[in-house]
Design a protein around this ligand. Structure first.
Ligand code: ADP
Ligand code: MG
Length: 319
């Protein structure tokens, strides 16, 4: 006899709510998700909120705004996606890469990074030793499998990929392709986000050339960068994707370039920081913060070396 979805839900609800122990409930939930293949965990996507937040709060990143919005919306429209969503964020420090992941977490799980279904890996913390690659590979595989069995809509974030020992990340290749459904666990509903500074030279160079040519940064298209960025990441020994099949087999849905931020963007970050502290009117501090940072690129003194990263610390200093 084939157990219907509604019977399964009913049965699960009875057992789940009669269980007084959290861990038992979690195990039952895992079993339910495995059998039903429809487990959405606490997934509560708010697509409009996501688009609005990116538009309003992410400064100077028209490519990231467009690419992330379109990719996520397109992915969520499919009940049964044929591949997981794999995004790879690239760009200089302090340009908003980690910031965008927290915006995503907030609008997909309503809980920023504290959701149990959002898993963040930081190589220096989780994969620190170069001679343990095999061990890390097995652990990572088990971890991803286990979490996808518990929640098909899990989000995996790999920050600071440039510090990932080469070889570790390719253990994910089977999960990222189109064909991975094992024992009814659907591996295609997951979202993977890789973050690194790899490829920043390529992005920064184009941003500078665009400015020198008197054009707007918004004139930069993904097509102007995509191939050179993928090559830079693939050939860079310190990208975490060095000679990775994830790149050569084109398993990344979208490469997302983050452009370097100018003084104008830094001032906006400072203004927002001050407003959050109820000090919106302090223009003198906005100017002081902007002046205290270092900017590169010839006499133009244009792009902030640290993006907006040091802004809160500088506001503390001057306030
Ligand atoms: N493009 C941006 N728009 C708005 N705020 C930004 C932007 N880039 C960085 N910030 C601010 O600076 C902080 C640090 O940026 P972060 O996202 O951690 O940089 P990274 O690109 O190195 O991950 C963020 O939490 C955010 O407050
Ligand atoms: Mg970061």
């Amino acid at each position: 006899m084939k157990v219907s979805e509604s019977m399964l839900r009913c049965l699960f609800a009875i057992i789940y709510y009669s269980s007084s122990y959290g861990s038992t409930a979690l195990q039952l939930k895992t079993i339910y998700c495995t059998i039903s293949e429809s487990c959405e965990c606490a997934f509560k996507p708010d697509v409009q909120g996501l688009e609005w937040d990116l538009y309003k709060n992410l400064y100077g990143q028209h490519l990231a705004q467009e690419i992330v919005s379109e990719a996520v919306v397109g992915f969520l429209q499919k009940d049964n996606p044929d591949m997981p969503l794999v995004l790879s964020f690239h760009g200089a420090s302090g340009t908003g890469k980690t910031f965008v992941t927290s915006i995503l977490g907030r609008h997909l799980y309503g809980a920023a990074m504290s959701s149990p279904y959002i898993h963040q890996f930081i190589p220096t913390l989780h994969f620190p030793l170069l001679d343990r690659v095999q061990e890390y590979r097995s652990a990572l595989k088990r971890w991803v499998e286990g979490n996808l069995t518990a929640c098909a809509r899990s989000i995996f974030i790999f920050d600071e990929m440039e510090r990932m020992p080469p070889g570790v990340i390719d253990v994910l290749v089977p999960f990222l392709g189109p064909s991975h459904v094992v024992f009814q666990t659907n591996y295609r509903k997951a979202i993977y986000i890789f973050i690194s500074t790899a490829g920043q030279e390529v992005i920064n160079k184009l941003a500078l050339e665009t400015r020198q040519a008197g054009k707007e940064r918004e004139d930069i298209q993904l097509g102007d960068l995509e191939t050179s960025l993928a090559q830079a990441v693939f050939h860079n020994k310190n990208s975490g994707f060095f000679q990775s099949r994830i790149i050569s087999e084109k398993l990344v849905t979208c490469l997302v370039p983050f452009l370097p931020l100018s003084r104008w963007h830094v001032n906006r970050c400072a203004r927002r920081e001050l407003c959050q502290r109820g000090q919106c009117q302090r223009r003198d501090i906005v100017e002081a913060v902007g002046s205290s940072l270092t900017y590169t690129l010839e006499n133009g003194q244009f792009f902030s070396n640290t993006g907006c990263k040091l802004v809160p610390a500088k506001v503390n200093l001057f306030l």
